[in-house]
Design a protein around this ligand. Structure first.
Ligand code: GLU
Ligand code: MG
Length: 447
């Protein structure tokens, strides 16, 4: 097999994997002939694997230790075929749920957390969350050094300088059934962006994980390395992961759009957005969960400068995206969450949005002010009136906000929360005195 999307044949390897708290995809492989049995019973896994850190060691102070066993049960809906090197066979990667031995969901499975949050939205409000992830990444030489600059930002030269990488990626995404949207040369040197069409939020988070592996694997074929690290060099341009989302009712009708309201955001959309903003600092612990996340996420970098609902403003935590004329404006209308990066687990990112948005709906929160303009030019008092709040400026700050957020902690559960904090404290301790350049090097190596 020598295509990115070819079906597994004979006994080609099937890698069944979960994504952990640092967003790494980890699992175990077997021959394709075992797949039917594995779909039913899964493959063995270890609870303490959830405490693996971004750099390969284990956060020792986790609640599981050496005890316990789990099953990783593959979900065939979340799968991609990764082309082998040279003429080698492809490996099918299938994402999995983490289950107890009796095949019930494990309470600390991030994918199940998302599934539960989406089910609550559906059961309580009849709402389905639709989403898509925009990924930015940097193409480096295989040894991690910078490649020669292929052209100016957004230029044809930059895009063509990496051909046929873009064409191959686009075809592979299409072949995987992920509906590629746009491919572009971004602002930074050798920085690119790939976007997919929207779909059900669980599938969108799955696709985010699978897409990253597809990109990394394809880069390897070119003898390059793709890094999704939030920053690959201290003075570089950030790689963001922007999450676009909307809500539909039981009939599939979009419910975020109401042209009679400020920013054309409906009361339901306003409550959902208010919930996300009310928990913004704690949300960042899950969506921008690394030391390096806060080197990327600074004001004036078009990452997310402050917590507010902005009308077509790329400094906003939540951006009301543009729509173009036509009769499907409601279907186009979506919000973009800009404070995520690829050191986060997409299941947790999406769960954080669903849980906090749900909280806004449950509390029937009023729509936040829609900020139309540049709050950076305003006085502190004007910002306060418009509901513009600072975002955490460090991982310490966002973790403190998470620990104090009873609502989110309740959803995570004791073991998941304790493991998350153990992993992050370990990461912080290892980088406490590191320079920005060292931090960038470390994460570029890991992501
Ligand atoms: N690179 C920016 C980030 O770190 C985003 C730029 C854009 O708006 O696409 O999020
Ligand atoms: Mg971009």
């Amino acid at each position: 097999m020598n295509t990115d999307t070819a079906a597994a044949s004979n006994d080609d390897l099937v890698l069944v994997a979960t994504a952990d708290l640092v967003g790494h995809v980890r699992g175990r492989a077997f021959g394709a002939s075992q797949l039917a049995d594995r779909l039913a019973h899964g493959i063995g896994w270890v609870p303490a694997d959830l405490a693996l850190t971004a750099f390969g060691d284990l956060a020792a102070s986790n609640p599981f230790g050496a005890l316990g066993d789990l099953r990783l049960r593959p979900d065939p809906a979340a799968s991609v075929h990764l082309r082998g090197a040279g003429n080698g066979p492809s490996v099918q990667l299938i994402l999995a749920d983490m289950l107890n031995l009796d095949l019930t969901p494990w309470s600390s499975c991030p994918r199940d957390l998302l599934r539960r949050a989406l089910a609550a939205l559906k059961n309580e409000f009849g709402l389905t969350m639709i989403a898509t992830f925009e990924h930015e990444f940097t193409l480096l030489n295989a040894d991690g050094s910078a490649r020669p600059i292929g052209g100016a930002p957004f230029s044809a030269a930059a895009l063509l300088s990496v051909e046929p990488f873009g064409s191959r990626l686009y075809a592979a995404i299409k072949g995987a059934g992920f509906e590629p949207d746009t491919w572009l040369a971004e602002f930074g040197p050798n920085q690119f962006e790939i976007t997919l069409g929207p779909c059900d939020a669980l599938a969108a988070a799955d696709r985010a994980l699978l897409l990253r592996e597809l990109v990394r694997n394809l880069a390897k074929q070119f003898e390059w390395r793709a890094s999704f690290s939030p920053l690959v060099s201290a003075r570089g341009i950030g790689n963001g992961v922007h999450v676009h989302f909307s809500l539909r009712d039981e009939d599939g009708t979009p419910v975020l759009y109401d042209p009679s309201q400020s920013g054309a955001i409906s009361a339901v959309g306003g409550s959902f957005a208010a919930g996300v903003l009310a928990h913004a600092s704690a949300v960042c612990a899950l969506t921008a969960p690394s030391v390096i996340s806060y080197l990327r996420m600074r004001p004036h970098t078009w990452s997310a400068g402050n917590a507010f609902l902005g009308l077509r403003n790329r400094e906003a935590l939540l951006r009301i995206c543009p729509t173009v004329g036509g009769d499907d404006v409601g279907r186009q209308f979506n919000l973009e969450f800009r404070a995520a990066d690829a050191t986060a687990n997409p299941w947790l990112v999406t769960a954080a949005l669903a849980i906090t948005g749900l909280d806004g709906l449950r509390r029937n929160l009023a729509a936040p002010p829609v900020v139309d303009g540049d709050p950076d030019r305003w006085t502190q008092e004007e910002r306060q009136v418009a509901g513009v709040a600072p975002l955490p400026s460090s991982l310490d700050e966002s973790l403190a906000a998470l620990t104090n957020d009873e609502m989110i902690c309740g959803w995570l559960g004791n073991d998941l929360l304790a493991t998350f904090l153990a992993v992050k404290e370990h990461e912080l301790a290892g980088l406490r005195d590191a320079s920005a350049e060292t931090i960038c090097e470390q994460y570029a190596g890991a992501y």
